[in-house]
Design a protein around this ligand. Structure first.
Ligand SMILES: [Zn+2]
Ligand SMILES: [Zn+2]
Length: 446
C-alpha cells in the first residue's frame, strides 16, 4: 500500500472530527504495517494485587479506532505482506538457531552432522519443463517465466486424482520417512532401535513448498545429535556421510498405502529426485556443500509462499465450485482444484477434507514443522515479540510514565472478535505511518 492514492477526504474528516487524530495515528502505527488487523471489543483492567488499586482500565471507547487492533498474523504474502514478513523472519531465526545455535540452542550444534535435503513428489504425467538439455519434450526451449511451465503436456492423461491425493498424504509420507530414517541410521551404527535413543537423536526443521506443477515437496535440515538433542554431542560414529546414506535409503523405502480409488489401490512414495547436501559453516565455500546461512534464508523464503505463488490458485478456501469460474486461475490449477472438489464428495475420502483444502490443492499440513529438539519455537519468538509490543503499546497510550506491570499486577481482560480490517480512512492513515519494510524495530531482527 502506498500513500500516493487519493486520500478518502470524507473518511479522514470524520476521523479528524473525533479529535483523536494523534492518538489514532499512534494506535495504527502499533500495527507495524499489518493491512488486515483483527478488531477486538471488550475491556482490560490492571489491578495491583497487593493494594487492590486499579492501575489501568482500558475500554475500546478509550481507543481512537473504537476497537483494540491486533496484527492478523497471516503467513501468506498475498494476504498481509507485513505479517508474512514477520513469519518469514521468525522461520529464518528458527532454522538458523538449529544450524548455528542461538535463542537457547547451544552453538555446538554447528559441529553436528547436518544436511539439507529436498524431497520431491513422483511424476503424475509429463509436464512442460526446462531440462538441462535445454528443450522441453514439447520441443520448445521455455523461458524461466513461461506460464506453461509445470502444466501437463497432455492434461487429459495427467493423473490429477493421484496428484491431489499425494498432497493430501504428504504428512503421513513424511512421518513414515522419519521412522525409517531412525531405523537406517541405527542399522549403520550397529544399534538396535531400542539402543539408538540412548546414543543419538535425529532433529529436523522442514518447510513444504509447491512445485509449479502443484505438487508439494519438502526442504529439510536434518541433524544428527546426541541423545538429548542439540544440547548433547553426537556419538563418534555420527557423520554427514552416514546420515546422507541413511536418508537416501529411508527415502527409497518410504511407501505408504493410500485409498482404494475405483478399484485402484493407491500407494504413495517420494519421487526419484532427491537432493542431499552436507551443510558446512558460513565460512566454507565448497562446490558440493551449502552454507548454514544460505540454507536458513532459502527455507525462510519458502515459508510464506502458498499454493497461489507457484501455481496461481486461490489464497483462500473455495466455498462453491462455481466460485473458481469467477477467478482468473490457470487451467492446470483449476483442474487440480476441481479434482479436490470432486474427490471431496466421496465418503471414503471424507477425512481428507478435500473440499475445505481445495485451494491448497489437497495439502492440509503445516508449512514449517520441526522436531522438539531442533531449536527454539515460533511460539517462543512470538511471545518475545508480544511482550515487546505490549510494552510499546503501553508507552504509546500513557507516554513514558506508563505504570510498570510486574508480578504483583493482576490483569483481567475480556476481548471478543469484532471484525477484520481497517476503515478506508484508517487504511490511508496506516499506510502513512507504516515503516519501510524491514525497518520496524523487532527484537528478533536478523
Ligand atoms: Zn497482518
Ligand atoms: Zn514444453
Amino acid at each position: 500500500m502506498t500513500t500516493t492514492t487519493a486520500p478518502p477526504i470524507a473518511d479522514l474528516v470524520g476521523l479528524a472530527e473525533l479529535g483523536t487524530m494523534p492518538a489514532l495515528m499512534r494506535q495504527l502505527s502499533g500495527l507495524a504495517g499489518c493491512t488486515s488487523p483483527i478488531r477486538l471489543d471488550g475491556w482490560r483492567t490492571e489491578i495491583n494485587e497487593t493494594t487492590g488499586q486499579v492501575l489501568h482500565h482500558l475500554e475500546p471507547a478509550d481507543l481512537p479506532a473504537g476497537h483494540l487492533l491486533v496484527r492478523c498474523g497471516n503467513r501468506r504474502t498475498t494476504r498481509c505482506p507485513s505479517c508474512a514478513e514477520t513469519y518469514r523472519r521468525d522461520t529464518y531465526h528458527l532454522i538458523t538457531a538449529g544450524l548455528v545455535g542461538g535463542k537457547g540452542t547451544p552453538e555446538t550444534v554447528a559441529s553436528h552432522p547436518r544436511v539439507f535435503a529436498t524431497f520431491t513428489a513422483p511424476s503424475f504425467g509429463p509436464v512442460h519443463n526446462r531440462p538441462a538439455s535445454g528443450r522441453c519434450r514439447c520441443g520448445t526451449a521455455h523461458s524461466a517465466d513461461d506460464p506453461a511451465l509445470g502444466s501437463p503436456l497432455d492434461p487429459d492423461s495427467y493423473d490429477y486424482e493421484t496428484a491431489v491425493l499425494w498432497n493430501a498424504h504428504v504428512g503421513k509420507i513424511w512421518a513414515r520417512f522419519t521412522i525409517l530414517l531412525r531405523r537406517e541410521v541405527a542399522k549403520r551404527a550397529g544399534l538396535t532401535q531400542r539402543e539408538f535413543k540412548d546414543f543419538a537423536r535425529i532433529s529436523f526443521g522442514k518447510v513444504a513448498e509447491y512445485q509449479k506443477r502443484g505438487a508439494i515437496h519438502f526442504h529439510a535440515v536434518i541433524r544428527l545429535d546426541g541423545p538429548e538433542g542439540g544440547d548433547t554431542p553426537p556419538p563418534s560414529w555420527a557423520s554427514a556421510e552416514l546420515l546422507t546414506d541413511a536418508i537416501r535409503a529411508a527415502a527409497r523405502r518410504t511407501d505408504i498405502p493410500g485409498p482404494d480409488l475405483d478399484g485402484r489401490q493407491l500407494r504413495f512414495s517420494f519421487g526419484r529426485q532427491l537432493d542431499v547436501r552436507t551443510i558446512r559453516g558460513s565460512d566454507f565455500t565448497g562446490a558440493a556443500q551449502i552454507t548454514d546461512r544460505a540454507v536458513a534464508a532459502y527455507i525462510a523464503k519458502y515459508a510464506t509462499k502458498g499454493a497461489e505463488t507457484a501455481t496461481g490458485t486461490l489464497d483462500r478456501p473455495v466455498r462453491l465450485l462455481v466460485e473458481i469460474a469467477q477467478h482468473d486461475i490457470p487451467e492446470h490449477a483449476r483442474r487440480l482444484i476441481r479434482t479436490c472438489w470432486n474427490l471431496g464428495a466421496r465418503p471414503e475420502l471424507a477425512e481428507l477434507r478435500l473440499r475445505a483444502w481445495a485451494h491448497m490443492l489437497g495439502f492440509r499440513g503445516h508449512f514449517s514443522t520441526k522436531t522438539r529438539k531442533y531449536s527454539t519455537t515460533l511460539g517462543a519468538l512470538r511471545d518475545a515479540r508480544t511482550a515487546w509490543r505490549r510494552a510499546q503499546t503501553l508507552e504509546r497510550l500513557h507516554g513514558p510514565d506508563a505504570p510498570a506491570v510486574d508480578h504483583t499486577t493482576l490483569v483481567l481482560a475480556h476481548w471478543v472478535f469484532a471484525g477484520l480490517g481497517l476503515t478506508r480512512g484508517e487504511q490511508w492513515l496506516a499506510a502513512a505511518v507504516q515503516p519501510a519494510p524491514g525497518t520496524e524495530g523487532e527484537p528478533t531482527r536478523g
